[in-house]
Design a protein around this ligand. Structure first.
Ligand code: SAH
Length: 240
């Protein structure tokens, strides 16, 4: 049996002794690309039941099957932190979704702002990126990637109890930090390359739940700002 570090996300219930059928992509990856065979071990998680070691019982690209051997880790959910961002160019949008997953966002919400360069995103592809990031970083949870929604609708339907860390490039160099903030449900909002429009900024500042935050004395690119904001939030209110 090969010592394996392969971790696979499966959309299937997991428990000791449970057999898990693989789809064609997974079968192809495991048996053609990674050359696993009957008796080899793999780690499985489904975002709900924790992580299990599993053994290949049928090594077929079309109809591969694994059987769960033992639970290796419990499910560890991230804090209740939504990550809202305006999609930018494809490669950088993919990067943002990957990083938000690694950094422990509980839900990823693309929002269309006035200056959003690219609102035509593929939700299913972004979800696949989140799954890959969870597989790679050892996470047992996969954040849901929501459908894109307009910033206005998002603000109109904002839940009363959820606070919003509004990263406002207009505050570049200002002293506004995430100080004396209390734990609970939160969200982070990062704008597009063009930044926020003045009306959007007004709306966001007027929200009772919003806390305007500066990310330092330089203007960061949206993908850098995403990682910086998640770092600040996680280290002061999250699970770091
Ligand atoms: N084109 C804009 C910058 C947009 S940067 C300009 O020149 O003003 C993209 C996003 O990253 C911003 O909307 C904001 O959410 C975040 N961001 C970047 N640098 C920041 C900073 N220093 N403080 C707060 N937010 C920042």
């Amino acid at each position: 049996m090969k010592l394996s570090k392969i971790r696979l996300y499966v959309d299937h219930p997991l428990s000791q002794g449970q057999s898990v059928p693989l789809n064609k992509d997974q079968g192809n990856y495991l048996f053609s690309v990674m050359r696993r065979a009957v008796g080899d071990g793999v780690l499985l998680f489904n975002g709900r039941d924790g992580e299990f070691s599993a053994e290949v019982t049928v090594a077929s690209r079309q109809n591969g099957v694994l059987v769960c051997v033992a639970k290796t880790r419990p499910i560890v959910r991230p804090p209740d932190l939504w990550f809202l961002f305006a999609p930018i160019k494809k490669a950088r949008t993919d990067f943002i979704v990957e990083k938000a997953t690694e950094m422990g966002a509980s839900k990823i919400v693309p929002v269309q702002t006035e200056y959003t360069n690219n609102a035509r995103i593929r939700r299913d592809k972004l979800q696949a990126h989140a799954i890959e990031a969870a597989e790679q970083c050892g996470g047992t949870y996969v954040p849901e990637v929501a459908n894109i929604q307009t910033l206005r609708a998002t603000i109109q339907n904002w839940p009363q109890e959820r606070r919003l860390m509004f990263c406002d490039e207009d505050l570049v160099g200002a002293k506004e930090k995430l100080q004396s903030a209390t734990p609970g449900p939160w969200a982070i909002l990062i704008g597009p390359e063009g930044g926020f429009s003045s009306p959007e900024r007004e709306l966001l500042r007027q929200m009772e739940q919003s806390v305007s935050v500066s990310l330092g004395p330089r203007i960061l690119r949206a993908d850098t700002a995403a990682v910086a904001a998640l770092t600040i939030w996680q280290s002061s209110l999250g699970d770091w």
